[in-house]
Design a protein around this ligand. Structure first.
Ligand code: HMG
Ligand code: MG
Length: 299
């Protein structure tokens, strides 16, 4: 059955901006984007990434971003952390939730974080222990759940196994990443059916990129199976530096429009998100990837 409420996890400031080509986006722009999104009613924003700036230069000012944002009560501002060094940076910046990221594909794991899946999981053990000891919640990502740019088809049983490990290690939720956006609705349902044999659907989120224009259809398919947490990116910002050709996440505006049409609550002001999407794409000199934003123009 469809959920009555959905929690949106806005990943534009991280997944979106990490991939912007060209000059480093000024910290103030990142901060203003996050502030506008929380003012629009978004309750969970992935704000930064404490990864190696050599690997992802756009996220090199993570500490300054976390220090600069206005923290609204009731809003979670989270950050990616690939290792204990990242966690230390996130903790110094008062981050209340962090996210570790693994993959269902060995090849993608190597390209993205320079280690095997097993090595990445082993690396997360001390990270999660230290985070939990400091009362910091940890989210887990599994990438390439519907296919890998280097390896092709991915066995849903592998997605289920990595997801289960992340939950057993102490992640409160696992976000299932269609990194390349190559998935289609039936495939998404089949993958989810396998994963929910290992983990209750209440602990899962959908993180779908829109490279092939399938993300909304895929979301509809998994909503029907009870997924109630959706990762999305305002204006469809982004891509993935280690998945060539991958376009951004599904646009937050378009997800909100879909959910409104289904009478599913989010508590978010769609018009304010549309305005924010127009603002940030102007600032970046970038195309607005949201269809709703294109249809409405400057509202
Ligand atoms: P490595 O080179 O194997 O690691 O990278 P290392 O430990 O040898 O460190 C190399 C250098 O990085 C050292 O500096 C470290 O100090 C530094 P040097 O001695 O050369 O001057 N370093 C760090 N600096 C800052 N913060 C840190 C950190 N760690 C090491 N946390 C590593 C391994 C994991 C660090 C690297 O591969 C990395 O940072 N990768 C990040 C890749 C990334 O951010 N990808 C995008 C996010 S994932 C994604 O987008 C998918 C997702 O959206 C879901 C989906 O769509 O599927 C989540
Ligand atoms: Mg992503």
């Amino acid at each position: 059955a469809f959920p009555q409420q959905v929690r949106i996890v806005e990943v534009g400031p991280r997944d979106g901006l990490q991939n912007e080509p060209g000059p480093i986006i000024p910290t103030e722009i990142k901060v203003e984007l996050i502030n506008r999104l929380s003012a629009a009613g978004i309750r969970h924003i992935e704000a930064a990434s404490f990864v190696s700036p050599k690997w992802v230069p756009q996220m090199g000012d993570a500490a300054a971003v976390m220090a600069g944002i206005k923290r609204h009560p009731g809003v979670t501002y989270s950050a990616l952390t690939p290792n204990v060094k990242g966690l230390e940076g996130a903790m110094a910046a008062n981050t209340e939730e962090v996210a570790v990221f693994a993959a269902a594909s060995e090849a993608f794991s190597q390209k993205n974080i320079n280690c095997s899946i097993a090595e990445s999981l082993a690396r997360f053990v001390p990270l999660i222990e230290q985070a939990r000891a400091a009362d910091i919640r940890v989210r887990g990502y599994v990438s390439t759940v519907l296919g890998c740019p280097y390896q092709g088809e991915i066995d849903p049983a592998q997605v289920a196994a990595v997801s289960r490990e992340l939950i057993d290690m102490g992640c409160h939720e696992v976000s299932l990443g269609d990194t390349t956006g190559a998935g289609t609705p039936l495939k998404a349902k089949q993958m989810l059916a396998e994963v929910t044999k290992a983990i209750p659907v209440q602990q899962l989120a959908a993180h779908f990129h829109d490279t092939y224009g399938q993300a909304l259809a895929n979301l509809y398919a998994v909503l029907e199976e009870g997924i109630a947490v959706i990762d999305s990116s305002t204006a469809g910002l982004g891509g993935c530096p280690y998945a060539k050709g991958a376009s951004g996440n599904v646009a937050t505006e378009d997800v909100l429009y879909l959910l409104q049409g289904m009478n599913i609550e989010t508590g978010i002001d769609l018009q304010a998100v549309v305005q924010t999407g127009h603002w940030i794409t102007r600032e970046l000199g970038r195309h607005n990837g949201s269809k709703v934003a294109q249809a409405w123009g400057e509202c």
